[in-house]
Design a protein. Structure first.
Lengths: 212, 212
DNA sequence: TAATCTCTGTGATAACATTCACAGCGTTAA
DNA sequence: TTAACGCTGTGAATGTTATCACAGAGATTA
């Protein structure tokens, strides 16, 4: 089984490689990709090895083929549908960011408990009242959910999504969701990240080349 | 030196503990906190050990004291100022989320290249033109920056912030920023996270208790 | 042709993170 | 008073992730 970290890096590589291809590049060496991705050449080679693609010692990795290999590994056979719950500031930003912009993931429905938001189209995505989650998730064959509601509502929302048959959640609420065994949850906690930055920024100020 | 993962978990513990305290709880055992944080009891104990706090085998950890210890470890002596660059959909969501809501981190200035946004107050935070980064970061003693601009502009923004003396960056752009040695960067890549969810959600559908 | 160069693929190793497992110790119960 | 309990703190073991370092191979040069 492939590691969670590797999957994350492959996703990053892919976007970097797409930019290169758009710039007219044909191929790339592991150390170049490593520099762009902020890793080491060995790690890039291992990651690429993991998906079964092989480069050439002379020309490095062929951009087009490598992109195809990554896509073949990461993506589902057809587009996966996504539901977003919580059309507040964050939810709207996510809609603006995702709707119609991803080649294989499609946010096809948004939900909010506020009836004012229901039945409107926001950033190109239709909004529904929260009660309709189960019906619409099933109807539209939605497998993934984004939880962008305040912390107190997050668990209830997760329950609803899981009951409706979602297989993975992206959670922005600052707590850990309890979900059925087979549902994958990725937590994206902005406050935690900012606090980490605050902490290590402070560390860096003192630890001037303390060669430990 | 304490691990990056541990710092992240401490940040999460803190918010969970604050909720408990608000509910009138007095103390907690490692296995209870572990359940809430989605970890193991041993890990909670190790994390707490790392910051030098000790609980009692009988009553567990005292909420108030533990919170004080975590705060003492994670927080700076006084409030740290933060600058946000990029007042698009995401930037505005972050302002709404942070401004005036964090006890020790304060977003005191926002910047955008769009002159229409400059000199307005958004969600309680004054916006400035991008050119003013250096002056205002110095003037307001800002140590942390949030990069919420589109990918093509991210590196230039990071350069400006670093030159102005920022010590840590929270980066939302889907690429790795090049920064001076001593600047800490935390990347929060929403697309990567959603792609991870998509991938592992798919995995979970098949890997039905394959013992190994 | 032979020597050299630079890169990949990967076994071996090192660094890091988590979990196990148990001694030690107040507390409670008999 | 003594035994049993349930928790913490932590050394040791395990598991996971990243790096090292080098054999192998096409290309280039002499």
């Amino acid at each position: 089984m492939i590691s969670e970290r590797t999957i994350g890096r492959l996703s990053l590589y892919r976007r970097l490689l797409r930019d290169l291809l758009a710039d007219g590049e044909k191929s790339i060496f592991s150390h170049q990709l490593a520099a762009m991705a902020g890793g080491t050449a060995a790690q890039v080679r291992r990651d690429i090895m993991a998906i079964g693609y092989s480069g050439s010692p002379v020309h490095g990795y062929d951009l087009e083929q490598l992109l195809k290999s990554i896509g073949h590994y990461l993506d589902a056979a057809q587009t996966q549908n996504v539901a977003l719950v919580g059309v507040g500031n964050l939810g709207r930003a996510l809609l603006a960011y995702f709707v119609g912009r991803h080649p294989t993931l499609s946010v096809v429905a948004a939900f909010d408990s506020d009836p004012v938001k229901a039945n409107r189209v926001i950033h190109g995505c239709r909004c529904y009242p929260l009660e309709d989650v189960k019906a619409i998730v099933r109807e539209r064959d939605i497998r993934l959910g984004i939880v962008a509601v305040p912390a107190p509502e997050a668990q209830a929302v997760a329950n609803a999504l899981c009951q409706a048959g979602v297989k993975g959640l992206l959670n922005f609420a600052p707590l850990r969701l309890w979900v059925p065994e087979h549902v994958y949850v990725e937590n994206l906690d902005v406050t935690m990240s900012l606090e980490k930055v605050a902490f290590f920024a402070r560390q860096g100020e003192f630890e001037r080349d303390t060669t430990e």
